[in-house]
Design a protein around this ligand. Structure first.
Ligand code: NAP
Length: 538
């Protein structure tokens, strides 16, 4: 391929993760000339980058895989109810091979800018290595949590030991034996990596700024009989996912927390705590995430669990959140996480009583101590949802920068388009239900919808689609109003666009869609059936 001339395609897709791969497949089925650009040297997106020890699904494996191919469903056998990262990456490689996707993907190619040329109705992209390409349609498949952020701590680069961010984990195995390891961060990633590293590290120090309510994953291998039952039940599995708020297998209980007696409530919570997966979050009483008093009953239950499981009462108290309620931040799923703090080789350092002052050549200096380490693991999160858009210089119809347009928060129609950026479609974009979802289920919905839109335009011989300003304003207002009802809108987290490591992201602005996957799907279908109401075509 010529490295300098501009190649023209019908569609350019940025990203070869779960959404980019499926979008490529669907558009190729329409016979379109599609090119995918991907920074990594292979497919997989989040499962390519997040190779840290302990990385695994929090969704039931069989509810997470693609549903579009019966043959794929029947031939793939998940090993565990909650698959670990290596198996998931193997699965995505299998999909890429089976559907011969790689031949239309350019790897090791980062898109640096994307500009819409209104005179030619073309998106021009420039890639790393000077490569350029253009197409009438630009589809972003960037992933909502794909831009890792390091802490804003002085001296970060001076550390002479090994240092890794979980989201940029090396491909080769990392040995923790006999090493003094530090982990900074106790979100869903930190919890997974801590429970794994604690098994072999010489000594592990966990630096915690905010504890989270963590719930047991209750993972297990899938036995051959269950495997057969799963294969026979895919229709029901996906039907159930389609009916639930977050497209998980778990459906909210229709009762209010206070419809039952205290004893019944305790028994219900106990049952949820012992069940696999997100049932405790998604299948809880319908008001637990919206009513503070209801939420408090869960906070009390979860706090008691931590106290039961952690031997040292002072450490237990450090692990119990006091700044937010259960489920108002993403629930990290765990396997013996709390018991890690009963091990002799593990200590918990509360950054609220001794804040980190700097990182030195030898380790971490806090207000109270100087700690020496052989390795520091940063499980410090991501510039979520809009971060991957901000990294590309995206300019729309009149040269407007998308980053500038979204400074005070994203403005989109259905989380799939932003006015002034014609023919740019944002899979799992901000204010899209796919951001708050058992993600492949919502990705398939997003991709199918976008594919239908492109096909509809082709049939009508239309070449340009753009969300109207009015439709965008209405959707953005609806997204924000829906979020206000939820307790999580009062709490700092990546849901609310908060990243304390980024100066410009310390003001809450809701990034997701909280109205639920079924309502979102119905809305998308209704709009499509009404000749794509809210979109203007040429
Ligand atoms: P996160 O939830 O944003 O957590 C980052 C952690 O790092 C927090 O504990 C944060 O503390 C801490 N931190 C950040 N900067 C710090 C600093 N300067 N000093 C001290 N601590 C600092 O990120 P994540 O854990 O990577 O998870 C992100 C999302 O990825 C999850 O919510 C989930 O959606 C997804 N995920 C999914 C899976 C799965 O499906 N199995 C697994 C892992 C992650 P504060 O809370 O105080 O800011």
């Amino acid at each position: 391929m010529d490295a300098v001339s501009t190649h023209q395609y019908e569609v350019i897709i940025i990203g070869a993760g779960i959404s980019g791969m499926y979008q490529l497949h669907c558009l190729r089925e329409l016979g379109m000339n599609v090119r995918v650009f991907e920074t990594a040297d292979d497919v997989g997106g989040t499962w390519y980058w997040n190779r840290y020890p302990g990385a695994r699904f929090d969704s039931e494996s069989y509810s997470y895989g693609y549903s579009f191919s019966e043959e794929l469903l029947q031939e793939w056998e998940w090993e565990e109810h909650f698959s670990a990262q290596p198996e998931t990456l193997r699965y995505l490689n299998h999909v890429a091979d089976k559907f011969d996707l790689r031949k239309h993907i350019e790897f090791q190619t980062r898109i640096e800018s994307a500009r819409y040329d209104k005179t030619k109705n073309l998106w021009h992209v420039s890639c790393s290595q000077g490569r350029t390409a253009c197409a009438p349609f630009l589809i972003t498949a960037l992933g909502p949590i794909s831009v890792p952020t390091l802490p804003n701590i002085t001296g970060l680069d001076s550390f002479r030991g090994e240092a890794y961010h979980t989201g940029l984990w090396p491909h080769e195995p990392i040995d923790f034996r006999d090493k003094r390891v530090a982990v900074i961060g106790t979100g869903a990633t930190g919890v997974q990596v801590i429970q794994e590293v604690a098994k072999s590290a010489g000594h592990l120090s966990v630096f915690q700024r905010s504890p989270n309510y963590c719930a047991p994953l209750v993972n297990s291998p899938i036995d051959p009989q269950t495997q057969q039952e799963i294969k026979k039940s895919y229709t029901d599995i996906f039907k159930r996912c389609a009916e639930t708020h977050g497209a998980f297998l778990h459906k909210a209980d229709s009762r209010s927390t206070f419809d039952v007696t205290a004893e019944e409530r305790e028994a219900f919570y106990e049952k949820l705590y012992g069940q696999p997966g997100f049932g405790i979050w998604m299948g809880n009483f319908r008001d637990v995430l919206v009513d503070q008093q209801a939420n408090d009953t869960m906070n009390d239950f979860m706090a008691r669990k931590v106290r039961e499981r952690v031997d040292d009462p002072a450490v237990a108290e450090m692990l119990i959140p006091t700044d937010h309620g259960f489920g108002t931040r993403r629930i990290p799923m765990e396997t013996n996480y709390y018991e890690v703090y009963n091990q002799d080789n593990v200590r918990l350092i509360d950054l609220n009583s001794e804040a980190i002052e700097e990182i030195t050549t030898k380790g971490i200096v806090t207000e109270a101590n100087e700690y020496e380490f052989d390795m520091i693991i940063y499980a410090t999160g991501f510039d979520a949802v809009t971060g991957a858009f901000d990294k590309i210089d995206i300019r729309g119809e009149d040269g407007q920068k998308l980053k500038d347009k979204w400074t005070d928060g994203p403005k989109t129609y259905l989380g799939l388009q932003s006015a002034g950026f014609p023919n740019m479609l944002t899979l799992v974009g901000p204010h899209n239900a796919a951001t708050f979802c058992n993600i492949p289920r919502c990705i398939e919905q997003n991709v199918d919808w976008v594919t239908d839109l492109v096909s509809y335009m082709r049939d009508k011989k239309w070449v340009k689609v753009e969300a109207t300003q009015a439709a965008e304003e209405e959707w953005t207002a609806h997204v924000l109003t829906t979020a206000e009802k939820m307790l999580f809108s009062k709490v700092d987290s990546w849901f609310m666009g908060m990243n304390k490591n980024l100066a410009h992201k310390q003001k809450r602005r809701f990034l997701l869609y909280a109205g639920g996957a079924p309502a979102y799907r119905d809305k998308c279908n209704d709009i499509a059936a009404d000749h794509y109401r809210g979109f203007a075509f040429q």
